[in-house]
Design a protein around this ligand. Structure first.
Ligand SMILES: Nc1ncnc2c1ncn2[C@@H]1O[C@H](COP(=O)(O)OP(=O)(O)O)[C@@H](O)[C@H]1O
Ligand SMILES: [Mg+2]
Length: 257
C-alpha cells in the first residue's frame, strides 16, 4: 500500500529534477552553437553551417520538450502558478503572427486576419503563458495541414470576454477521438501516421493555462476538412485599463527611437 502511494511523487520529483538538470547544459549548447553558426570560431563551409543548423533545431526541440515537461509536472503536482498582469490582447496576437510568419510562408499557407471593431482589449493574465497557448494553436494549424491551405484568425468580443479563434483547412480530428484532445500525450491516429515528431503535450498545457486564467478553450473539427480552436478570456475591469496603457506607451517610444 505504502509503496503504491509513494510512486507518483517519486516520479514527479524525478521529472522536475531531470528537467532542471537538463535545462542548463541544453542552454549552454544553444549558446555555443549560436557562436559557431555566427562564425565566431572561424569561417564555416556551407555544409558545416547546414549540419550545425540541424543540430541547433534539435537543441531547440529538446529545450521546448524539457520546458513542456516542467510545466506538465507542475500541473500534475498542482504547483502550477501564473503571474497575471494587464496586457493588450490584440497586440500579443499580432506579435505571435509576426513570429510565425516565416513558418507559414515556407509551408505556403495563406493567413487571413479578421479582428472585430475593438482594436485594444485589456486582459489581466499571464501574458507569456497565453502567448504560449496561441503559439501552440498556430503550430498545430500549420503542422496538421497538407499542401498549403488557409488559416483564418479571428478576434471577437462577447459577454465581457475576448476570444481568439484559429480555423484551418487541415486534416481534422477523427470523431471518435475528440473527447481525448486535451488529454496528456494524446495524438490523433491520423496524425501519428503523418507526423512522427510531437509529444501530445501542447493542448494539455494550453487547457491548463486557459482554465487557470478563468477562460475556456474549445474546438470544432471535421476530419479531412479542418478544425477551429477557440480560446476565450475575461476582459479586464475598467480600473485596469490604465495599467494596460502604460507598458504599451513605453514600448511604442522604444520602437520609434
Ligand atoms: N489543428 C489541428 N488539426 C488537426 N489535428 C489537431 C490540430 N490540433 C491538434 N490536433 C490533434 O491533437 C493532438 C494533440 O495536439 P498537441 O497537444 O499540440 O500535441 P502534438 O502537436 O505534439 O501532437 C495532435 O497530435 C493532433 O492529433
Ligand atoms: Mg502541437
Amino acid at each position: 500500500m505504502r509503496t503504491q502511494k509513494k510512486r507518483p511523487s517519486m516520479k514527479f520529483d524525478f521529472v522536475t529534477i531531470a528537467s532542471h538538470q537538463l535545462r542548463t547544459p541544453l542552454s549552454a549548447m544553444k549558446w555555443f552553437l549560436e557562436m559557431l553558426i555566427a562564425g565566431n570560431a572561424g569561417k564555416l563551409t556551407g555544409r558545416q553551417r547546414e549540419f550545425l543548423s540541424e543540430v541547433y533545431k534539435s537543441n531547440e526541440r529538446m529545450i521546448r520538450l524539457v520546458n513542456d515537461l516542467l510545466i506538465v509536472s507542475k500541473i500534475t503536482q498542482k504547483s502550477f502558478r501564473l503571474s497575471p498582469h494587464p496586457f493588450v490582447f490584440e497586440q500579443m496576437v499580432a506579435s505571435v503572427i509576426k513570429e510565425v510568419k516565416p513558418i507559414i510562408q515556407s509551408a505556403q499557407i495563406t493567413v487571413v486576419c479578421k479582428f472585430d471593431a475593438s482594436p485594444r482589449t485589456c486582459v489581466n493574465a499571464d501574458e507569456d503563458k497565453i502567448r504560449q497557448v496561441i503559439r501552440t494553436l498556430f503550430d498545430n494549424a500549420v503542422r496538421y495541414m497538407v499542401d498549403g491551405g488557409l488559416i483564418i484568425v479571428r478576434v471577437d468580443h462577447r459577454n465581457r470576454h475576448v476570444a481568439f479563434e484559429i480555423q484551418d483547412t487541415g486534416v481534422g480530428i477523427p470523431r471518435n477521438e475528440r473527447a481525448k484532445i486535451f488529454q496528456q500525450f494524446f495524438r490523433g491516429s491520423n496524425i501519428v501516421r503523418m507526423r512522427t515528431e510531437g509529444t501530445g503535450l501542447g493542448l494539455f498545457i494550453a487547457h491548463a493555462i486557459i482554465t487557470a486564467s478563468g477562460g475556456s478553450i474549445s474546438f470544432t473539427s471535421q476530419e479531412g476538412k479542418g478544425s477551429a480552436f477557440r480560446v476565450s478570456l475575461p476582459v479586464s475591469q475598467k480600473g485596469l485599463m490604465a495599467s494596460c496603457e502604460k507598458p504599451l506607451k513605453k514600448k511604442q517610444r522604444r520602437v520609434h527611437k
